[in-house]
Write a protein that binds this ligand. Structure first.
Ligand SMILES: Cc1ncc(COP(=O)(O)O)c(C=O)c1O
Length: 427
């Protein structure tokens, strides 16, 4: 048995089956885009540790900042203040969309979503929450109540949060109404009017929550006009618009936050994953006016805003400020062009879509139906050839291309080459 397998065996004995791992690889070292396994195999990591490592593994500036913090102190627990935590908040708020100028730190994406929902209910005095089909917002009970990318996340946990209503996510590829983006007039927004008419009046709705770029549910960016339409519905009825940027934020789409592509500013935004380059940190961000109506003790966290994570976050944001948004756009557009070219030659690719380094490749069979088998086989074969990728989508037929934002042209070329060769072999 090799070393990786031995670690897997030990893990299976002590880690609950719910602690899911995609691959039987045990990592010995991570550096930039590269992972080396305990057996000495080299992989290109195009999963970025589930969209977390936007600077790649162990970026030296992040590691230095963490070391420096470790030498001073680790924990405050809200008993006293930490200048490092304040500095990380200031750094993050220097790049958030206009008007989003105060935040609450937690430890994860799900916690940020919980906080966003609590903030919306608390400050509005309303209960209703509207979310989108296919969304993934996390696994705590509040977050899972607005998640529907798979019933596996909800099975045996009912009853979930009450007063949660669902509308379709504006997925354009295979639009359920058979419409196309250039002429649909964002007809899917009408679902919200129907909800107001038949199920919950707008004055009882506190928030609409969605991912501006659907992640786990299939890697689909929401059309700009859809987000603009949502903004005006929220303005009309005094509903808070929550954008979950846990996966799409911190430079992933070539802008600090995906919402910037549409110019729509939400009332509340959630951030986590890439915020601290792998150290646990999440945040819910809103206007000072809204945050000041969330009273002391209405929310809290012992570990949220941990100084070590905040040192990592501050360094992460500073590294991205040094030209990584442009680098991400450049790398992403090269990949998008190459993958779209591949789609022209290969009918099993139904759609390629993305922004920056957040790209989805959707596989279909000869009848145009989702081809999850091809997608799974392709991802497995790519792993065998040294390229780590992960899938997503309601039918698990979408491959995610999410390299670090600072992926080199050579690494991108190598990955695209493995992907194209493997697809040709399987087709
Ligand atoms: C959009 C989105 N929101 C929330 C979460 C939950 O984050 P976490 O796993 O850190 O709780 C995820 C995780 O994948 C996510 O993609």
């Amino acid at each position: 048995m090799n070393q990786d397998d031995m670690v897997v065996q030990r893990a299976l004995a002590v880690l609950a089956p719910a602690s899911h791992h995609y691959y039987p690889i045990a990592i010995a070292k991570g550096e930039g885009t590269t992972v080396t396994s305990m057996d000495g195999r080299r992989y290109l990591d195009f999963s970025s540790g589930l969209a977390v490592l936007n600077l790649g593994h162990s970026h030296p500036r992040v590691i230095d900042a963490v070391r420096e913090q470790l030498d001073r102190f680790v924990h405050t627990g809200g008993v006293y203040y930490s200048e490092t935590t304040v500095a990380a908040a200031e750094e993050l708020l220097s790049v958030t969309p206009p008007g989003l100028d105060m935040l609450f730190f937690g430890n994860s994406g799900a916690e940020a979503v919980e906080a966003a929902l609590k903030l919306a209910r608390y400050t509005s005095g309303r209960q209703g929450i509207i979310c989108c089909s296919g969304a993934f917002h996390g696994r705590t009970l509040g977050a899972v109540s607005v998640t529907s990318s798979s019933s596996a996340y909800r099975r045996r946990y009912h009853p979930l949060l009450p007063s949660v209503y669902q509308v379709s996510y504006p997925t354009c590829f295979g639009c359920p109404s058979g419409l196309t983006l250039d002429s649909c007039g964002t007809k899917c927004l009408e679902e919200i009017s129907r909800l107001f008419e038949h199920q919950i009046p707008p004055e009882e709705v506190c928030a609409i929550i969605l991912e501006p770029f659907l992640g786990e549910g299939g890697y689909c960016p929401a059309p700009k006009n859809y987000l603009r339409g949502l903004r005006s519905i929220c303005d009309q009825y005094g509903i808070l618009l929550i954008f979950d940027e846990v996966q799409s934020g911190i430079g992933r789409t070539g802008k600090w936050f995906c919402s910037e592509h549409s110019g729509v500013v939400p009332d509340i935004m959630t951030v986590a994953k890439a915020l601290a380059s792998g150290f646990p940190l999440g945040a819910v961000v809103a206007s000072r006016e809204l945050m000041q109506r969330w009273d002391p003790s209405a929310h809290g966290s012992t570990f949220g805003g941990n100084s070590v994570s905040c040192a990592a976050a501050r360094a992460t944001l500073q590294v991205i400020k040094d030209g990584l948004l442009d680098a991400c756009q450049e790398a992403g557009s090269r990949a998008l062009t190459c993958l779209q070219g591949l789609a022209l030659k290969n009918a099993s690719i139904g759609d390629v879509r993305g922004l920056g380094c957040m790209i989805g490749v959707e596989f279909v069979d000869a009848a145009g139906a989702p081809d999850s088998r091809l997608c799974a086989n392709l991802i497995q074969e790519c792993q065998d050839k040294g390229l780590i990728m992960i899938g997503c989508g309601l039918k698990r037929n979408v491959a995610r291309f999410i390299p670090p934002l600072n992926v080199t042209p050579g690494e991108m070329e190598e990955a695209l080459d493995i992907f194209a060769t493997t697809l040709a072999e399987l087709s």
